[in-house]
Design a protein around this ligand. Structure first.
Ligand code: KIV
Ligand code: ZN
Length: 529
């Protein structure tokens, strides 16, 4: 946990808020909202065991606060917050609530067993939200905010208040609401750029304005929560810290509502790499950034773009001859951080058919995955099957096998027994699929569709009776080479909800059927719960 105090809102004088190199660096809290705002990304929903795994990884990464969910939103959200609060240690667990008694009571019910709990209450304050969404007057907003914060503070001594759409709220009114919320017991006041509209200069000025005008501002930590609609979330968060904010709200890989939130890994590495300029510290173990990014990507199905700063596959790849030449002579010519510092494994070590369980476990650990005995067993079985088909197994293969194992943790209502496919340039595709459910096997042959992939969707649909609409279909090769495994990710819509599936195989049609089944099993599990 950070030892941060409200005083850490204060930038060091004479340094444009970036900290005074002559004094101790100022600690900045990292508040991770991957499991709440991040999970609001379309198609990113996670089940309970996935959320628990991500929460533990965030605690291992060293975040100060985990926003674990919005307990009133659904029974699933409630259960996830409750279990994270009951099991994850060394970190503050936070639950979101609107400023309503029911929301706050539900949030506390989920959080009360956490050794360090926080209730985060929010209420929109901008004129647009007041008039069109809430239909409330400014006085009513202040009254509702105060009663929400008071109710939360009556049960929990750590209360965060967010005036939603703060960055489009009139200065006078924002000062009034923030002051009232602090008086009512808020220990953190978050200033969200809810719609990703602000610029870094504006964010800096707004935080400074609050520090200058709100008389009790030193009684609370100022937080920043920036969305990335204009691609400025990270720059805006850093500007807020320069102006005196003591907490940054962010997500792994920058996932979140619409264009997402500020990316945790970018904010943290900017503070660290430019410590000459920023002079702030965080508690993040930067070597865990890449493994945590991979875990979140595998769990949510949201792929990290190759050129993504810090954690993208190409983030440290030097292609041009001039750059490679410079790198060979002196790394710092073109490298401002080292890949090891953010957790990229040193070498793409090759495993093969004679590699044992211990070698696999060791490699998985180096790649950042802490597999349980049961997971290792299952990944090892798949590893052995793969080693029979493919001589050399690379890191990419292992990550794909683990990603598919993580995704497969949904109960397998349907499993693939066999399939056969024929297709050709001038003929209709034909796919025969045999699935098992419990003791029974079902076979369906389909001779229609635009190709074998379409036909596979039809066959699974006819056997399971679950009719879905395919919204996204992606094939990606786990490694280089003709014998590379294909990783298929699908997103299907069923009764208005999006479900995702991952399948991995050296045979792309098989990977497709496995991905469809993974999504269908999620639908079946949801229906059964
Ligand atoms: O973007 C936003 O305003 C939010 C609040 C709930 C903090 O996510
Ligand atoms: Zn948000």
């Amino acid at each position: 946990m950070s030892t941060d105090t409200p005083d850490s809102n204060r930038p060091q004088t004479g340094q444009s808020g970036s900290g005074n190199p002559a004094s101790e660096p100022r600690p900045v809290r990292i508040f991770d909202t991957t499991l709440r705002d991040g999970e609001q990304s379309p198609g990113a929903s996670m089940n309970l065991s996935e959320k628990l795994e991500v929460a533990q990884a965030l605690a291992d990464l060293g975040v100060d606060v985990i926003e674990a969910g919005f307990p009133i939103a659904s029974p699933g959200d409630f259960e996830a917050v409750k279990q994270i609060a009951a099991t994850v240690r060394g970190v503050t667990v936070c639950g979101l609530a609107r400023c309503s008694d029911k929301d706050i009571d539900r949030a506390w019910e989920a959080l009360k067993h956490a050794p360090q709990a926080r209730i985060h209450v929010f209420l929109a304050t901008s004129a647009i939200h007041r008039e069109f969404k809430l239909r409330m007057t400014p006085d009513e907003i202040v009254e509702r905010a105060v009663s929400g914060v008071r109710r939360a503070a009556a049960v929990c001594d750590d209360v965060e208040f967010s005036p939603e759409d703060a960055c489009r709220t009139e200065h006078d009114f924002l000062c009034r609401v923030v002051e009232a919320a602090i008086d009512a017991g808020a220990t953190t006041v978050n200033i969200p750029d809810t719609v990703g509209y602000a610029t870094p200069g504006e964010v800096f000025a707004r935080i400074r304005m609050l520090r200058d005008r709100v008389p009790n501002i030193d009684k609370a930590v100022i937080s920043t929560h920036c969305h990335d609609d204009l691609g400025m979330a990270v720059a805006n968060s850093l500007a807020a810290v320069e102006a005196g904010a003591g907490q940054i709200e962010c997500t792994i890989n920058g996932i979140g509502e619409r264009a997402g939130n500020a990316a945790l890994e970018e904010v943290v590495m900017a503070l660290r790499t430019r410590s000459d300029y920023y002079h702030f510290t965080t508690n993040i173990d930067t070597k865990r950034l890449v493994p945590t990014s991979r875990l979140v990507s595998a769990t949510t199905g949201i792929v990290v773009q190759r050129n993504k700063a810090i954690v993208g596959r190409n983030a440290f790849a030097h292609e041009s001859g001039i750059h490679q030449d410079g790198m060979l002579k002196e790394r710092s010519t073109y490298e401002i951080m080292s890949p090891e510092e953010v957790g990229f494994a040193k070498t793409d070590l090759v495993l093969g058919k004679h590699s044992g369980r211990a070698a696999l476990a060791d490699r998985a650990r180096q790649l950042g995955f802490q597999l349980t005995g049961e997971q290792l067993q299952s990944v090892f079985a798949e590893f052995k099957k793969l080693a029979d088909k493919k001589k050399e197994i690379y890191d990419g293969d292992i990550v794909a096998l683990i990603g598919s194992e993580i995704s497969d943790r949904v109960e397998a209502h349907w499993s693939l027994t066999d399939f056969e496919v024929t297709s050709g340039r001038n003929r209709k595709p034909m796919v025969t699929v045999t699935l098992r459910s419990g003791e029974d096997e079902f076979t369906e042959t389909v001779e229609e569709g635009d190709g074998p992939i379409d036909a596979a969707f039809w066959a699974v649909e006819r056997i399971t009776g679950i009719e879905t609409v395919c919204k996204n279909f992606r094939v990606h090769s786990a490694t280089l080479g003709r014998d590379a495994q294909g990783e298929v990710r699908v997103e299907v819509e069923y009764q208005g909800e999006l479900y995702r599936g991952i399948g991995v195989s050296t045979d792309t049609v098989e990977a497709t059927i496995l991905a469809i089944l993974n999504a269908v099993n999620r639908i079946a599990a949801q229906a059964a719960s």
